[in-house]
Design a protein around this ligand. Structure first.
Ligand code: NDP
Length: 341
């Protein structure tokens, strides 16, 4: 890679106001800020791809959570991949490709210990934000470890055309599920689920109540539910789960922009008689699976048995559009922002 001059200033996104309900473009601001030279132990990275993820909506609120809130008037954070353009850290050279957490900006000065080297010869750089990164591990660990998936299980996954969901369904098929059902928010996504991603059945949750469509798609019930959505999806799944069924509570995107009290599930008492296990998960708890996950998933990608989709939005100035698009469902697979190279 040719060494490029480092500019004195570059653009970064700041949180200007905390959203109340759905975020709006004026909640954030694209600011020209100084590019800081790395101090000992740091690297300066020119970002190539930024990740936008649903959890970032929670970080815009001023509430205590498993990740601290974004600070008003400061650059927001998130996953990003790029190339080292200046290094004051041993073992890091200009040109190294790294995955780090200084997203929402063109250039990031980060501690080298938080910059993980990635191999562009092995997979395209953006894959480390998706199938080979955090969403991929979420799907893999959530299904296999938290969900205790077993060969022959019938599986339902919501948010099925997204980054995590599309991998959950495919991994379940690869591991021998007897039935995989997915739900998504458009006819095109439903066609992608049963076509490209090889789900056995899929439905558009906007067409009719989830519990009705799920009952038709899985008449014998389900053994495992991977929840990305919450609300009506979780309630329908609790009704459909078989005795000793498991639900992996991964996300509840249907309520991330709610201003009122969340709805349901109203049928939780069914969990008693059916001896259900509903377990929340955080991907960060599953780092020990990283090696096994990368080896297995990279193998499936290589032999073509796992399909991977990305929705790519170009230009740092469109990062907020990409984030809002993600919340509204404009993505199939992983939503990423590509910066000018
Ligand atoms: P996705 O790529 O799935 O994008 C979000 C999708 O959510 C949209 O494309 C949209 O698709 C769907 N959606 C939006 N609103 C609704 C709604 N009201 N009802 C149903 N679906 C809706 O995102 P990710 O794969 O990155 O994340 C999926 C889930 O996993 C999220 O809930 C996220 O918070 C969670 N997560 C949790 C982690 C953990 O450690 N617990 C780690 C990573 C992700 P559609 O068109 O189908 O509506």
């Amino acid at each position: 890679m040719a060494v490029q001059p480092v500019p004195a200033t570059a653009r970064e996104w700041h949180l200007k106001a905390r959203p109340n309900g759905w975020p709006v473009p004026t909640d954030v601001e694209l600011v020209e800020a100084p590019v800081r030279a790395p101090e000992p132990g740091e690297v300066l990275v020119r970002n190539a791809y930024l990740s936008v993820d649903p959890y970032m909506r929670g970080r815009m609120n001023d509430v205590k959570s498993y990740t601290p809130p974004f600070q008003l008037g400061k650059a927001m954070e998130g996953g990003a991949v790029g190339h080292v353009v200046a290094s004051a850290a041993e073992g890091y050279e200009v040109g190294d490709a790294v995955l780090h957490f200084g997203g929402w900006r063109e250039y990031a000065t980060v501690p080298a210990q938080h910059a993980v080297k990635v191999d562009e010869a092995h997979a395209p750089l953006s894959y480390y934000l998706g199938v080979l990164g955090m969403p991929g591990l979420t799907a893999y660990a959530g299904l296999l470890e938290v969900g205790a998936f077993k060969q022959g299980d019938t599986v339902f996954v919501s948010g099925a055309a997204g980054a995590v969901g599309s991998l959950v369904g495919q991994i379940a098929k690869l591991k021998g599920a007897s039935l995989v059902v997915g739900s998504a928010g458009s006819a095109e996504k439903v066609a992608t689920l049963t076509g490209e991603f090889g789900f056995d059945a899929a439905f558009n949750y906007k067409d009719a109540p989830v519990h009705e469509q799920l009952a038709k798609a899985a008449p014998e019930g389900i053994d495992l539910y991977f929840d990305n959505v919450g609300g009506d999806h979780l309630e329908a799944a609790i009704s459909a789960l078989n005795v000793h069924g498991r639900a992996v509570l991964c996300g509840a995107i249907a309520q991330y922009n709610d201003t009122g009290a969340p709805v349901g599930p109203r049928n939780l008492a069914l969990a008693i008689g059916k001896r259900l296990r509903l377990e929340g998960m955080l991907v960060g708890d599953h780092a020990a699976l990283q090696g096994q996950f990368v080896t297995e998933v990279a193998g499936w990608l290589k032999d073509g048995s796992l399909k991977y989709e990305e929705t790519v939005v170009d230009g740092i100035e469109h990062t907020m559009d990409a984030f809002l698009g993600l919340l509204h469902g404009s993505n199939t697979g992983k939503m990423v922002v590509r910066l000018a190279s």
